[in-house]
Design a binder for this molecule. Structure first.
Ligand code: SF4
Length: 467
């Protein structure tokens, strides 16, 4: 693009989706090893903005040690005669797309979870200052969002300044989210869709409704509405809700038609209020992920900043990998923290009565939205670090899922202790996101496998031991 000829690297949509590996990175800005990081957009009065001003507080890129990860903040301040605070979330989310247009620069996630990397090659080509990065952002904001008349951008790497601004940014996000609560899905005739993450997850469409925030937690229904109205050809667009096909599971005709069209038929239907059968797709920048724990018939939830292994022994990254990429995976569901505050949060699966484990930090953040009769029955890492502990905890607290165990435990007792044989039509017996099979010296990996069998033999453990 000619508007970027003074920038030392290329800038264009072809660089979206570019990943920068640790060995190839010059510097990491924010990311999982850094506690405080943020990106924030604020709408200011016209006279408070110096159009095109770029400020760097703290060491610039060339002064940051190669290979290190540093605390980082970006503040985008914009003004325009018709710009209002309701558009701050929309402006802020564009930072992700615009920075990913830069060759050799990677931007992931959002808000207090941002994770960026500058590649060594781009650094060597001369991208060694935030100044040209600010110019790219400035020019894209001005050319793509005509509603913005003035914009100034501040990059912060000074830890003390980040610390000072971080809490204010988090309070801003919370205020924005709170404003979007209250409206119900049945009360509107339009939902909003976002395909910004298709550069990383080609079959992903976020369906944003009043009661289901976007996966990244950065776009509410109100943000979607504002974004689609100021930039109807942009990545966020209106969806005619259409008929309610299934109110319990959250199936709407307009949503099905849109996801089918926007994923080229890859996804045929989406159920918004359940993690099973046709769950919402998961991209890669979701704030948290739900994982089904079959041993207790309940959901665990883990957020991006949780360190270490969850109750099923797997860390966030592994669980996130089993859901990400724009797929619909039974029981695994990328989502925002704000969705956990919605009355529709996995409503078809039992809602909070089905959640059995989540990090203490997340529980604190959403505890006012957890029904009082279940809040103390949900374990955190302080109560259970493995499934056995979890079972004991849930039993002791009489968590609602325990009722389903009792049903399962008592049923077979009525049967003879003989081996059972179930025959008949082909029945699904197992699903797995990745199933390795060794055969004839080859390792065959079945992806998203669903295994059907004509006959299922069920034996008690006692029968097996007796042999
Ligand atoms: S997670 Fe969804 S709403 Fe957020 S940027 Fe990606 S596609 Fe858009």
């Amino acid at each position: 693009m000619s508007m970027f000829k003074d920038i030392p690297v290329e800038v264009g949509v072809i660089y979206e989706g570019e990943r920068i590996r640790r060995n190839d990175m010059q510097v990491e800005l924010g990311g999982p090893t850094v506690k405080e990081k943020f990106e924030l957009a604020k709408v200011r009065p016209m006279d408070a903005i110096e159009d095109g001003k770029i400020t760097i507080i703290g060491p610039d890129l060339k002064d940051i040690k190669e290979g290190s990860a540093v605390p980082f903040g970006i503040l985008v301040e914009a003004a325009g005669p018709t710009l209002d605070q309701g558009l701050e979330g929309v402006i802020e989310r564009r930072i992700h797309g615009y920075l990913n247009y830069i060759e050799g620069f990677m931007h992931l996630n959002q808000r207090y979870d941002i994770w960026m990397r500058l590649g060594k090659k781009a650094f060597q080509k001369g991208l060694n200052s935030f100044e040209p990065i600010g110019k790219v952002l400035y020019r894209l904001f001005k050319s793509e969002l005509s509603i913005i008349e003035k914009v100034q951008i501040t990059f912060i790497t000074d830890p003390a300044k980040i610390n000072e601004m971080y809490s204010a940014a988090v309070a801003d996000y919370e205020a924005r989210d709170a404003k979007a609560r209250g409206l119900k899905d049945e009360e509107v005739d339009k939902f909003y869709g976002c395909v910004l993450c298709q550069s990383f997850a080609p079959s992903h469409v976020c369906v944003i409704t009043p009661q289901r925030y976007s996966n990244c937690g950065a776009i509410s229904w109100f943000d979607g509405k504002a974004s689609a109205s100021i930039d109807p050809k942009g990545p966020v667009f209106a969806i005619d809700r259409g008929e309610i096909i299934n109110a319990e599971k959250g199936e709407f005709s307009g949503v099905n038609e849109t996801v089918k069209k926007r994923t080229m038929g890859e996804v045929q239907k989406v159920w918004l209020y359940t993690a099973f059968d046709h769950p919402h797709t998961s991209c890669g920048c979701f704030e948290a992920v739900t994982f089904y724990i079959p041993e207790v018939d309940g959901f665990g939830v883990v957020n991006r900043s949780f360190k270490g292994a969850t109750v099923n022994g797997l860390p966030f990254s592994t669980i996130a990998d089993s859901a990400a990429g724009g797929r619909q995976v039974d029981g695994f569901h990328g989502m925002s923290i704000e969705y956990m505050r919605s009355k529709k949060f996995f409503a078809a699966d039992g809602g909070w009565n089905r959640v059995v484990w989540l990090p203490k930090e997340v529980k604190e953040r959403v505890k006012d939205f957890i029904p009082a009769d279940v809040v103390d029955k949900i374990a955190t890492e302080e109560n259970a670090t493995n499934v056995e502990d979890l079972q004991a905890f849930l039993k002791e607290k009489n968590h609602p899922v325990v009722a389903s165990w009792v049903a399962e435990e008592t049923e077979p007792a009525a049967e003879a202790e003989e081996a059972q044989v179930v025959e008949g039509q082909m029945m699904p017996v197992m699903t797995a996101s990745s199933l390795p099979i060794m055969a004839g010296g080859f390792k065959i990996i079945l992806k998203d496998a669903k295994i059907y069998a004509n006959k299922v033999i069920i034996k008690t453990v006692k029968d097996e031991k007796a042999k």
